[in-house]
Design a protein around this ligand. Structure first.
Ligand code: HEM
Length: 475
């Protein structure tokens, strides 16, 4: 978690204005943001280069080059904060790990990170395997009836069940409809706010603010319910019985090494919401986009299936087995390159920062636009082509984490972010996604179902506009 020391800002250096669309082109770009079209990043990059300003108040400066990503996320990370960039999420996520800053962030990260590290991960695998098998039973029934499945919905449902059990020790599937409303409605509200020319403060009772309050109240009821049930179960448990392997139990047992204090109820709530919301939609969409690509590239799917057949036994797979699914991981990485669930990393400059010839003023927002960094033609030849071979390592060893995938330029690949605020759940996400994808692909051929084109939309995370319907047939 160490950080390079930020170099001093050469204050006397003149700043070259940041290029960007003006006049009608600016209106077109704003309209594209308001219709949640991620292709706007590619168009702006092509038209204006590696750094683009829309010239609108509070709109972030868009960054498309890996060098800028390195500067913001690592070299000058101390000069950036999450600040108010994620203001619409503050009420929902509170001071959980994603939004916390400074000492509070450091203490939380120190508590959570070991719980999501390798030794713990093995204990999660049997649940992931069992939940996947349950879903595949439904898939067999659909295949028998020649019914297509909406796999984006299925993958989010599976990831939600996995996250509930792994993180909170409870199957929360019954709450999925409510949480689905939260993510789809919440995403639209947030993106409308993002593209709005005037932003009402959250206390003004606009229709969106009222909707948001209702969603927040619903999340509070769900999360405090989880917490209460967990504590009742713990109280009913004999003292000698070990805690079930879930993160919530650990958070409740954690004590601050300096003060000896436990987390208070509000902090535990914030942590639960953060971990739940950060984990299931992202992992679910990584899987859904992977299946979308496999359905269009049957030769790649056959290779994944052959690897799964070779590596997975009949029992719950071991950590070692999942980690040796080299090609499956290449497919996942390539899918997250083309369809990164988190499209961009937002930061606010806490002091002036020099980015090449351009100056970012104190208080200005920047967005490292991972979606377009992943398509930068200087780093990814023929960027729109799906080619898992991009992630084949010379050693033939699987790329264990995103950090080791692109040896040439690590900051050209940012699905889990980078620097000290990189995703704390990366290992779990990759393990879960590889285990699920291998099991699915070993059991089924997936083909596109007839229907409208699959259109990616930037709704906080990258989602398909009309879902991803696939036709299944058993292998
Ligand atoms: C494919 C799945 C996932 C993707 C693509 C993903 C992506 C990301 C990204 C890009 C960030 C950095 C955000 C930034 O720098 O502004 C992040 C942070 C974070 N992620 Fe994930 N994530 C995934 C799965 C998970 C899982 C499974 C968990 C929890 C179990 C999780 C928990 C978090 C948390 C708590 C943070 C904040 C870390 C900090 O600031 O210290 N994520 N994630």
């Amino acid at each position: 978690m160490s950080q390079d020391t930020a170099p001093p800002v050469p204050r006397e250096r003149p700043s070259v204005p940041i290029p960007g669309p003006r006049g009608r082109a600016r209106l077109a770009a704003v309209a594209a943001f308001r219709s949640f079209d991620p292709g706007v990043y590619t168009r702006l990059h092509r038209a204006h280069g590696d750094i683009v300003s829309l010239g609108l108040p509070r709109a972030p400066v868009l960054l498309f080059h890996p060098d800028q990503a390195r500067q913001v996320l690592r070299i000058e990370a101390a000069r950036f904060s999450k600040g108010q960039t994620l203001a619409p999420f503050r009420r929902l996520l509170g001071n959980g790990l994603l939004l916390a800053e400074g000492d509070s962030w450091f203490r939380q990260r120190r508590t959570v990170a070991p719980e999501l590290a390798a030794p713990r991960l093995e204990t999660f695998l049997p649940r992931i395997a069992r939940n996947t098998d349950d879903l595949l039973e439904h898939w067999h029934a659909s295949a028998r009836n020649q019914q297509a499945r909406e796999v984006a919905e299925d993958m989010i449902g599976l990831a939600f069940r996995n996250s509930g059990e792994i993180l909170l020790g409870e199957d929360l599937s019954g709450e999925l409809a409510k949480v689905g409303e939260l993510t789809t409605q919440g995403a639209r509200i947030t993106m409308r706010r993002f593209g709005a020319l005037f932003k009402f403060p959250s206390w003004v009772p606009t229709p969106d603010n009222l909707r948001r309050r209702r969603l927040d109240a619903m999340v509070d009821a769900m999360v405090y319910g989880v917490l209460d049930r967990h504590q009742q179960r713990q109280a009913a448990r004999a003292d000698t019985e070990p805690d079930p392997p879930c993160l919530l139990a650990r958070l409740l047992a954690a004590r601050d090494p300096e003060t000896g204090a436990a987390m208070d109820r509000k902090q535990v709530r914030d942590e639960i919401v953060t971990l739940l919301m950060a984990s299931f939609d992202t992992t679910g969409m990584a899987l859904a986009w992977s299946l979308h690509l496999l359905s269009r590239h049957p030769e790649v799917a056959d290779r994944v299936a052959a690897e799964a057949q070779r590596v997975l036994g009949t029992d719950a797979p071991s950590l070692e087995a999942i980690e040796s699914l080299t090609y499956t991981r290449q497919v996942l990485h390539e899918a997250m390159r083309l369809y990164p669930p988190i499209l961009g990393l937002l930061r606010m400059a806490t002091e002036p920062v020099q980015l090449g010839p351009h100056r970012i003023a104190e208080g200005e927002n920047v967005l490292v636009a991972s979606y377009q960094v992943h398509r930068h033609p200087a780093f990814w030849p023929d960027p729109e082509r799906f080619d898992p071979e991009r992630f084949a390592s010379a050693s033939g060893k699987p790329p264990a984490t995103a950090r080791t995938t692109n040896k040439r330029e690590p900051y050209a690949y940012l699905p889990f972010g980078r620097g000290n605020r990189a995703c704390v759940g990366e290992k779990l996400a990759l393990l879960e996604a590889a285990a699920v994808l291998a099991k699915i692909t070993r059991a089924f051929h997936v083909r596109p179902a007839p229907g409208p084109a699959i259109v990616p939309r930037h709704l906080v995370i990258l989602r398909p506009e009309n879902g991803i319907p696939l036709q299944l047939s058993p292998r």
